[in-house]
Write a protein that binds this ligand. Structure first.
Ligand code: ADP
Ligand code: ZN
Ligand code: ZN
Length: 790
């Protein structure tokens, strides 16, 4: 290692530094450094490898490209005031573009000759981006084997990706001066508006922000008028300011029941250590109340709490519930924010001004100045896993993060994932159970309703329609769950059996009535309705099966005096449409709700006492090994909507397979019994959580290219794995939907008894693909711990 070079000016003479290193040293050091950046070397304690180099001659920069390595640049003369450091953003030229990169390494050597190194164009940050964020990004990049530059960029707010400065936006807060405190409106004579403004400021001893003042109709001139009279003054503060209220709580916490209190006690035992708990409680059992009390304890210790919720769960209702409890700021991170708001939230979190941060999947990357606890609500929810680009699971990263910080983490669910249940069973997590609802009613059991050989209207059989009618007559609300939007799954010819199919996908076209068209739900294809069958010319074309639109139409026909609200992706496109409908429903007058899984989760619908599942069979015989787990979770979640407030609920589940063993087990014994049986099946079949999987996906418009590549790749991996009993390569096989969006999809599965072995094999496969010329014509990706095999 060359001695640190402190002498200004000489630092940029790379050749001097290089000459000190022997060629062999250079190569091995560079290799280690790059490997450390994106593959296997762990960085202890999140400390970056800045060593003692004050004036580096080479900067290893992560750039937003899919290429799995760092890019070397030369520091320019005009460096940041405190010197070059890992974590700083810089502008660099890359090909013909200028990109924002992040310095990962400051070193004295490069594999490239000095003359090939381009200079940094300009520095952006003097203070590096937060170390905890960088640590997690590096971990995610290694674990998911995704390019570090792309990983880091995906986990940054857009404004920072664009090279904007990392600084809090400020706002003006206006206060009365000591002189102003002694003056009242009457003293101002004819300056009536200034007088009114003065009175307003009198009402707010902690001051009032400018936007709140103008929102009440006052102008800047009036404010400045008061200032000119030395009655008021303004100071600048960050947009999200941490008030230091005397009391943390804005409303009292609830008195916990026995089970809740026991769970709380265990959670609060270990606030200073990594302490993973599975909070397993039926819907309505008061999990959220436990989260709120944990957060309270965290804030009392002057730490921050991070709460992750599924996409669908971060409703205004949820946020209100958190905001109502605390006097401190509760900052939300979700897709509805503008880029500027997102940056404000990020900055408030990283600077510690936001004691409570609540967000969807990507919020797991939010930096925290003083992390105190992490909560993952609905930890089984599939939206916590990103399905493209960096395919990370926010729950799993949250666990890694909690361990890194040495703080407790709570995974909450009514229907835990099999992974988490297995971890609870094996003692890796504390298993905290809540079996009773906070209200007096026990959760409703599923009642299976055999539809075989029965006529139906819009998917509903006569007996079920009668029950709906009785429920409405009793003044209650009914939820009809049908996980299929559109009018009908397809359009069929009665004469020859033709069915409308997508020409780009192996899938049927869905019939929509509002507006009338045939649409593919897997690509963007849209077609107008045909007048006659394209195969035989018959005009007798009929909808086959039922979707939400058809159920809505049928229910409106059957119950003309009762409002029917449809909730699916089509009916809620308009901003706030969902909240608007749900507010309508919460008023409590009898109504019918028809919807997809958008309705199943998170929403509190206290007046629904009957839930009808139109068809429970979709997941029973699917090829995906997680399909049963996911449909059982969905059924339980839907069932959880029934009877939450003052009335017991009923859940009717229509099925063509009422004797299916899994479905019967779920109905008779509940989710946990089914989960145990599924876990046993997974063990026998050597599937997760008893094995670790990585799925390589290949796609191309040319069928021959994909299969050929997947085949060659499989042979290469298998040849390498011959003597390794713990790790297997399975396939290639066509994806369950082989043709999608005009492209052919093929998969290859790696499976291992050891996580580290799986990672070795995947790294080897990636490396092989990176080097294969065949792979350049095919798009491929690798999914570690895949959640679906589609
Ligand atoms: P979960 O998050 O498990 O679905 P919630 O925390 O939303 O359950 O609780 C369901 C309902 O019960 C809420 O209205 C909540 O205010 C109420 N609740 C929870 N715990 C208590 C308690 N200890 N005493 C009274 N009401 C409670
Ligand atoms: Zn026909
Ligand atoms: Zn299609």
């Amino acid at each position: 290692m060359p001695p640190p070079d402190h002498e200004p000016g000489t630092a940029y003479r790379l050749s001097t530094a290089v000459a000190i290193c022997s060629a062999a040293d250079r190569l091995s050091q560079a290799g280690n450094a790059i490997e450390g950046a994106y593959s296997s070397r762990a960085i202890p304690g999140g400390q970056l490898t800045n060593t003692d180099i004050h004036v580096p001659t080479v900067l290893g920069v992560a750039l937003p490209t899919p290429v799995r390595r760092l890019f070397d640049y030369r520091p320019n003369q005009d460096g940041p005031p405190t010197g070059w450091r890992p974590g700083q953003r810089v502008w660099v030229s890359f090909g013909r573009r200028e990109l924002v990169g992040i310095i990962i390494e400051c070193r004295q050597y490069s594999e490239l000759p000095a003359s090939d190194l381009k200079p940094i164009l300009a520095w952006i940050d003097d203070a590096p981006l937060p170390a905890d964020w960088l640590w997690l990004g590096r971990f995610a990049s290694r674990y998911y084997q995704h390019a570090l530059g792309d990983t880091l960029h995906q986990s940054l707010p857009a404004r920072l990706r664009q090279g904007r400065p990392l600084a809090a936006r400020t706002q003006e807060r206006w206060h009365l001066t000591d002189k102003g405190k002694g003056v009242r409106a009457a003293d101002l004579g004819r300056a009536k508006r200034q007088g009114a403004l003065l009175e307003l400021l009198h009402q707010h001893p902690r001051g009032l922000v400018h936007s709140a003042i103008t929102a009440q109709g006052f102008t800047r001139e009036q404010l400045e008028g008061l200032r000119d009279k030395c009655l008021a003054y303004a100071h600048a503060e960050p947009v999200i300011e941490a008030p230091r209220p005397q009391h943390i709580l804005a409303e009292p916490a609830l008195t916990l029941n026995q089970e809740q209190a026991a769970a709380r006690a265990i959670l609060h035992e270990g606030l200073d250590s990594f302490h993973p708990c599975l909070l397993h409680g039926v819907t309505g059992s008061g999990k959220t109340e436990i989260y709120l009390q944990l957060i309270e304890a965290v804030i009392k210790r002057d730490r921050q709490a991070l709460i992750l919720v599924p996409e669908i769960g971060l409703t205004p209702q949820t946020l209100t519930r958190f905001r109502r409890r605390f006097q401190v700021p509760v900052v939300a991170m979700h897709s509805g924010l503008t880029d500027t708001e997102r940056l404000d939230a990020w900055f408030a979190a990283m600077s510690g001004r936001a004691p409570v941060v609540i967000g969807t999947r990507s919020a797991v990357f939010t930096p925290l100045a003083r992390p105190g606890a992490i909560i993952v609500d609905e930890e089984h929810d599939t939206s916590l896993k990103q399905q493209d680009g960096l395919r990370y699971h926010a729950r799993d990263l949250a666990l890694v993060r909690a361990r890194h910080h040495g703080i407790p983490i709570v995974l909450g669910s009514a229907t835990p994932s099999l992974e988490s249940l297995a971890n609870a069973r094996s003692g890796h997590y504390r298993h905290l159970r809540l079996t009773q609802r906070a209200s007096r009613h026990a959760p409703a059991r599923l009642e299976l309703v055999d539809m075989r050989g029965r006529t139906n209207r819009g998917g509903l059989i006569p007996g079920v329609i009668d029950t709906i009618e009785a429920t409405l007559r009793a003044g209650h609300q009914v939820l009809v769950f049908i996980n299929r939007r559109g009018f009908a799954p397809t359009l069929a010819c009665q004469s020859c059996g033709w069915m409308a199919e997508c020409s780009h996908c192996d899938a049927r076209l869905t019939l929509h009535r509002q507006p009338p068209l045939l649409a593919c739900h897997h690509c963007e294809a849209r077609h107008s309705l045909p007048d006659a069958c394209p195969d035989c010319g018959s005009a007798d074309l009929r909808p086959l099966g039922a979707g939400t639109e058809r159920a809505e139409e049928t229910l409106a026909d059957l119950f003309p005096d009762t409002p029917v609200h449809r909730i699916d992706r089509d009916s809620t496109r308009r901003k706030d449409a969902l909240e608007h409908t749900l507010n309508e429903v919460r008023r409590g007058t009898p109504c019918l709700l028809v919807g997809t899984q958008m309705l199943a989760k998170g929403h509190h619908l206290p007046h629904v006492t009957l839930v009808v599942v139109v068809n429970a069979d979709a997941g029973l015989y699917a090829s995906d090994f997680r399909a049963l787990e996911h449909s059982a979770q969905l059924l339980e979640q839907v069932a959880g909507r029934a009877g939450r407030a003052h009335h017991p609920g009923r859940v009717l589940v229509q099925t063509l397979h009422s004797d299916d063993p899994h479905l019967s087990l779920l109905a008779e014994k509940g989710y946990e019994a089914l989960a145990d049986s599924l876990l046993e099946e997974r063990r026998v079949a050597a599937l997760p959580p008893y094995r670790y999987l990585a799925l390589a996906r290949f796609e191309s418009p040319r069928e021959g290219d994909v299969m050929a590549l997947a085949d060659t790749a499989a042979q290469a991996v298998k040849a390498r794995l011959t003597d390794q009993a713990h790790t297997q390569c399975l396939g290639p096989v066509p994806a369950p939907m082989e043709r999608r969006q005009g492209r052919y999809h093929v998969q290859l599965m790696l499976s291992s008894t050891h996580r580290s072995k799986l990672h070795e094999a995947s790294a080897w496969l990636i490396d092989w693909l990176d080097r294969s010329s065949q792979a350049r014509r095919v798009r491929w990706s690798l999914d570690i711990d895949p959640q679906t095999l589609s």
